[in-house]
Ligand binder design. Structure first.
Ligand code: PGA
Length: 216
């Protein structure tokens, strides 16, 4: 029983989370570790493609991502919304406009996540569906670097809304673009064939319980 674990349970929890979950996981882990101080946690932060690799190798207990791979046998539960929004610097020409069409985006430099990123995949799917081709000026492998590049006036980009919640971002704004936000969730997953450890099960229950009423 969970209550029996408090203070006495020892062991290791191996977690793998996609890049955007770093804006939220440390807080949940903090609360969890306070309750179970003898559990050690190993937290891997990757993009979707690298995580799929870790899943294939059965490297972690639990995996948090937003686009569960369809070709893997997973137990998967959604928890918090993880919408993708279009972000620009506040003085960008589009910042004052409303109901911007996807076509309008084509005239402005765009910053894209690296190949293997789920964010990139979602953006490319939407653009492809609507026959849109943006001018990618820069590819970057980090959400934080993309925010800095937007601030540096290198272009606009799509990021999870969660990336905006931490530091001070007075100079960034969310554009009002048709078909945005792209709505998604975070899912917590484990391999169907895997017997979860008591610790992993405890964390899974804790996470679902704690996030039930949370909003973005
Ligand atoms: P990514 O995932 O790092 O693979 O782009 C982020 C997300 O889906 O929120």
């Amino acid at each position: 029983k969970v209550a029996d674990l408090k203070g006495t349970k020892e062991g290791k929890l191996r977690l793998s989370v996609i890049t955007t979950a770093t804006y939220f996981m440390p807080r949940i882990l903090g609360a969890f570790c306070q309750l179970y101080p003898n559990i050690d946690v190993a937290l891997q932060v990757t993009n979707h493609e690298q995580m799929q690799q870790r899943m294939s190798n059965n490297q972690d207990d639990l995996y948090i991502l937003s686009q569960p791979p369809e070709d893997m046998d997973l137990k998967s539960q959604p928890f918090i919304d993880n919408p993708l929004v279009m972000i620009a610097r506040k003085d960008h020409p589009l910042a004052s406009r409303q109901n911007i069409s996807l076509e309008d985006l084509q005239s402005y430099p765009f910053i894209m996540r690296e190949s293997g990123s789920g964010t990139r995949q979602a953006v490319q799917n939407l653009f492809k569906e609507h026959n849109i081709s943006v001018k990618v000026r820069l590819e970057l492998g980090s959400n934080e670097a993309i925010k800095q590049a937007i601030l540096g006036d290198l272009g606009i980009s799509v990021l999870s809304k969660h990336t905006l919640t931490t530091a001070c971002h007075e100079d960034l704004t969310i554009l009002d673009v048709q078909h945005f936000p792209i709505s998604r969730h975070w899912y917590i997953n484990y391999l169907s064939g895997k017997q979860l450890s008591v610790i992993a099960q405890t964390f899974l229950d804790f996470l679902l319980d704690r996030t039930q009423l949370m909003e973005v």
